[in-house]
Write a protein of this length. Structure first.
Lengths: 546, 292
């Protein structure tokens, strides 16, 4: 037979072979085909390859880990007339003015980081409050006090897309800072309510909750005798945004606790230095006189009568450490040399606090808080996940065996039944290869999808076999083709309805079910386009070449 | 051919009315069950934790079931032992999963070589559940409407398309009523089963319609051919689902167990609906409807 004729006659089977080989490569090639794909972002996830020769990624349900879905707390006044944008330019002073006016409003009772003005790309302006105990009327009244035109109709629950994106970015950074890879943070929408979904393999629920709980708003506050009659006052001198670089926490030489060395942004260093000089930190009487923190116990007591110069590290409104100005730092500020290399040390008493401080400084603050009580938490221990993994494999194998039994019992003809079962398995194999290729993390729901694929696959093969063998054996190519085409109409129609029925699940954010739907749809497509036509060809050869 | 041959049914012995009566009666009873449940409980089917909110813990402990019962400040809604030894699924109506986890770790003894009692936790707030419920309902409606549209596009005639849609509707309603009777709550897994059923159950209807409407040969010849293929298909799927449901129930893999159960019941309903309801409508259409 000429090669071209061979190709023409057997292209369907050859296509199947190509796909199966492709799946073999995707599954078993060490390192995977797309080694640096975005899914498993960092090196650590590679460990699964060394333990496991198969390039499959597993999701939470089969690997263990925690998933927390929570809405962002807040309300938004959209499309307000705030006089922020003129001639396409954003008036930053006006933005600050609005925010300050909101913070000053007593009925709202805002704390630092609770208000935000967003200027969208199209020039419209939204104002957000990250609280849930404020009424629409109070919000509108506060906006009007700030000369912002708004009505209660403009106010809605929830926050802007920009803020959600920012929150997602910060959480992603925090997870990566915590040294864990394979985490995923996404935005999911269910009937108009948005949820931030954070999924981290190999992390317990307490740990993840701790990461999501804190706003992580870091401030350096000067506690100094700057008030009337020399009483002590607090003044924020640096915020997290002013910090350019952060080192991991370490133990200081002489003092107790931990310190986090930081470098201040060049643009803020000058201001910080002049603030320090004005407040008296650069002179000798401002050095080493902070007595807020007990050096032994680390307990903090604020005595406003006692004159002292302290630099407080404040996280989410709570002071975590108090330090004196050292002679070295103070004198370099006095001489003005400090701005040349604007470094100093922030601190915390406990290592975990210092670690959190370092992470918060690097990842930035969470622009809006998450409401962890209004969502969904799922957590699975790796041991039980392993059990699920082997059980689901067992269930899959049992299903395949029982299907094979029925098919064999029905046809009693190995020529028909054996290729049928092999083809259905090839379908699952190609799907697995595909999952390995795009590094889709497999979950229990995907396993259910695989079993469903075997089910629909065998159904369609039964249709082909019955159709092709109807009215006696097949003895010519033409008869075969015409019968095969008839069978294919039904298969195509059935596939179309299955795909339509599953597609809402593939799009909607219904937790686990998305994976199930995606696998089923992919399986049906692979089946209709590749494996089922090939089965027809195999059957034809077996039945006509006698 | 084969150990089991699909029996040929003597359809000529029954009138269309007789054939349609049984599946329609089932459908009516199923609808009545759902209606009664709706008036009594407020929802046609009991809602599981995914939709109603609450907390579920999977614990591994050497303690007995009665010890688990008293280990928590809040009385558990249900305690169910899984296939694995010393493993239990405990459900609560409250959402405070952190407190419940702490109580479990404090009051229950872990298995040897295991430092954690709580192996799996899942908790859903009521508002999250309500939104999931709406989203799931939307999914089912969209899937059903999509399936109906495709059916009309494929056959382009009213009666055969309606026959498929009606029997698919019944295929959904009967398992829902079954869930009510068997005390299976609606969860994400059962919703997946129901959606899969929309796709699965229509296959045999399409096959039947295709044989009868688009092929030559007598009505009964085509019917019997379609039945031979269709029943094999459905039985194969049913057996796969039955095995999956039983194995997953024994092993305590809930998601797979609920998908398997729903599909098994739904496919059984589909056998009846396809070869009695759909068939009677097609026969009426073929012999009487067309000539009118």
């Amino acid at each position: 037979m000429k090669p071209t004729a061979f190709l023409k006659e057997n292209w369907r089977v050859l296509l199947l072979v190509v796909f199966v080989l492709g799946a073999v490569v995707a599954l078993f090639l060490p390192g995977g085909v797309m080694g640096d794909s975005s899914y498993a972002s960092q090196g650590e996830s590679n460990q699964s390859w060394t333990e496991d020769p198969i390039n499959l990624e597993y999701g939470l349900g089969l690997e263990g880990g925690t998933r927390i879905s929570a809405p962002v707390v807040g309300m938004t006044a959209e499309n307000v007339d705030a006089g922020v944008v003129s001639d396409g330019e954003v008036d930053q002073d006006r933005v600050t003015e609005i925010e300050e006016s909101l913070y000053a409003d007593e009925t709202l009772g805002l704390e630092v980081g609770d208000a935000n003005v967003v200027v969208h790309d199209d020039g419209t302006v939204s104002v957000e409050l990250f609280l849930d105990d404020v009424s629409e009327a109070e919000f509108v009244a506060a906006l009007e006090d700030a000369d912002v035109e708004a009505s209660e109709d403009d106010v809605r629950e929830g926050v802007t897309q920009e803020t959600r994106d920012d929150v997602i970015e910060t959480i992603t950074l925090r997870i990566n800072e915590a040294g864990l890879s394979g985490g995923q943070v996404t935005d999911a929408e269910m009937s108009d309510q948005h949820y931030v979904v954070t999924e981290v393999p190999e992390m317990g629920e307490d740990e993840l909750q701790a990461i999501l709980e804190d706003r992580g708003i870091v401030e350096v506050v000067a506690y100094h005798p700057g008030g009337e009659n020399g009483t002590q006052v607090n003044e924020t001198v640096l915020t997290g945004d002013d910090i350019a670089e952060v080192d991991p926490p370490r133990q200081p030489e002489r003092e107790t606790g931990y310190e986090v060395p930081v470098q201040v942004e060049d643009s803020s260093a000058e201001d910080f230095q002049s603030d320090m000089r004005e407040m008296g930190y650069s002179e000798q009487q401002g050095w080493s006189n902070c007595r807020v923190q007990d050096p032994q116990t680390g307990e903090m007591t604020f005595n406003d009568e006692q004159e002292q110069h302290c630099l407080l590290t404040v996280v989410d409104g709570e002071p975590v450490a108090a330090h004196s100005m050292s002679q070295q730092l103070g004198s370099s500020m006095a001489s003005g040399e400090w701005v040349e290399s604007p470094q100093f040390r922030m601190g915390a008493q406990e290592y975990s606090d210092a670690q959190a401080l370092s992470v918060n400084l690097q990842a930035g603050e969470l622009r809006a808080p998450l409401d962890l009580t209004e969502g969904n938490v799922y957590s699975l221990q790796p041991a039980l996940a392993d059990q699920f993994k082997s059980y689901s494999l067992l269930i899959g194998v049992l299903s395949v065996i029982s299907v094979s039994g029925v098919v064999y019992g029905r046809y009693q003809d190995r020529r028909v039944a054996a290729p049928m079962i092999l083809t259905a398995l090839a379908e699952v194999f190609i799907l697995l290869g595909f999952a390995a290729l795009i590094r889709m993390p497999l979950d229990l729901s995907h396993i259910a999808g695989f079993i469903a694929v075997v089910g629909t696959g065998v159904d369609d093969l039964i249709i082909i076999a019955d159709e092709v063998m109807s009215e006696g054996d097949v003895n010519s190519q033409r008869v075969f083709e015409s019968r095969f085409r008839k069978a294919f109409w039904v298969i195509g129609a059935a596939a179309a309805t299955t795909i339509i029925a599953m597609s809402p699940l593939a799009v909607l954010s219904l937790g686990d079910l998305r994976g199930f739907a995606i696998i089923t749809i992919l399986g049906v497509l692979i089946g209709v386009l590749i494996t089922r036509p090939a089965y027809g060809d195999i059957l034809r050869r077996l039945l006509t070449d006698r | 051919m084969g150990y089991f041959d699909v029996p040929e049914i003597e359809y000529t012995r029954y009138s269309n009315r007789q054939l349609a009566a049984i599946p329609l009666a089932f459908l009516a009873v199923a609808l009545a069950i759902l209606l009664i449940a709706y008036t009594v409980y407020g929802t046609p089917v009991a809602l599981g934790m995914d939709f109603a909110g609450g907390t579920e813990l999977t614990v591994e402990t050497t303690d007995s079931e009665s010890a688990i019962q008293t280990a928590f400040d809040e009385e558990p809604e249900s305690i169910q032992s899984t296939g694995a030894s010393n493993q239990y699924i405990v459900q609560f109506t409250s959402e405070d999963q952190q407190a419940l986890t702490d109580q479990a770790e404090e009051n229950l003894a872990p298995l040897e070589g295991n430092d954690e009692v709580v192996q799996e936790t899942s908790s859903t707030s009521a508002s999250f559940g309500a939104q999931a419920q709406q989203t799931a309902l939307l999914g089912i409606v969209v899937a059903f409407v999509g399936m109906s549209v495709i059916t009309f596009l494929l056959f382009r005639t009213f009666v055969p398309s309606i026959a498929i849609i009606l029997s698919a509707f019944s295929d959904l309603v009967i398992p829902l009523a079954f869930m009510n009777l068997a005390n299976i709550p609606l969860t994400l897994g059962t919703v997946a089963g129901l959606l899969m059923l929309i796709g699965y159950s229509v296959d045999s209807d399409i096959l039947l319609n295709n044989h009868i409407l688009r092929r030559g040969g007598s009505f009964y010849e085509s019917t019997n051919e379609a039945i031979r293929t269709g029943v094999t298909m459905t039985i194969t799927s049913m057996i796969a689902m039955l095995v999956m449901a039983i194995a997953a129930t024994i092993m305590g893999v809930e998601l797979l167990a609920s998908i398997g159960t729903i599909l098994f019941v739904g496919l059984a309903a589909d056998l009846m609906n396809t070869y009695m309801l759909n068939l009677s409508l097609l026969r009426w259409y073929k012999f009487e409807g067309i000539n009118r």
